[in-house]
Design a protein around this ligand. Sequence first.
Ligand SMILES: [Fe+2]
Ligand SMILES: [Fe+2]
Length: 266
Amino acid sequence: MFLKPQRIHLHFGLEKPVKILQLTDVHLSLADDVDGDDMKEHAAARRNTFFKEAGYPERDPVGFLEEAMEYAKDFDCTVITGDILDFMSHANYEAAHKILAGKDYMFCAGNHEFCPKVGTPDSFARKEEKMDEVQSFFRGNMLFESRIVGGVNIIAADNGYYTWTEEQYEQLQKEVAKGYPIVIFSHVPLNCNVLDHNPHHKDLWAPDDVVATTRKVTKYIGEEPMIKGIFAGHWHGNGDFDLPGGKVCHVIGGLFKGIVGEIIID
Ligand SMILES: [Fe+2]
Ligand SMILES: [Fe+2]
């Protein structure tokens, strides 16, 4: 196996352990004739960047995603926390769909899911416009979904553009009311200062009400006792980070490096 599992153990007092596989930051960087020569060149440069950043691994991102989805058969649930795509292209959509179609997984979006070409400024308007197109290549609801597995409520929620929404706040409260211990997965780590305090990320200027909602939801996740596990990606390296309320945000490194999160809850 070429995958490098990062193992995290949580204790909820379950009768039978629940095993969750977290995959994140695959960064598929492919382009074909439909995408055109310019994108083919861009894709090759991006593949090279990730190959170097990963230290010249044995597999490319496509190979790692295939291997990880095979490995997922040993788990009760698989959660993919965004940046499956490095940019929106015909070839990336096709590759992702070919590997993931018919597989069971939960998925929340990252920032790169809505990127037409790396270097293009991020845009809330483009995210809105491209939402249905991107979603059509993946199962579930990449903005918010939940499922109860072995007595654990697993939530995948989008914060890929460094913001939370009022709708997500209401959805979270409904999930808490179900009475099961919760583990929540999102793309951007909750201790990321742009998410916790100031969601001004380069081009992603957000109005005051969005900033206020974002802070409120981050605080809620940090303080609500039923939310017992917090997981993210985006940073491409592994790490455990303390949140202000005393909880820990577990960050799993990029699958383009072969890293997968193995979360065992008992
Ligand atoms: Fe990423
Ligand atoms: Fe990201």
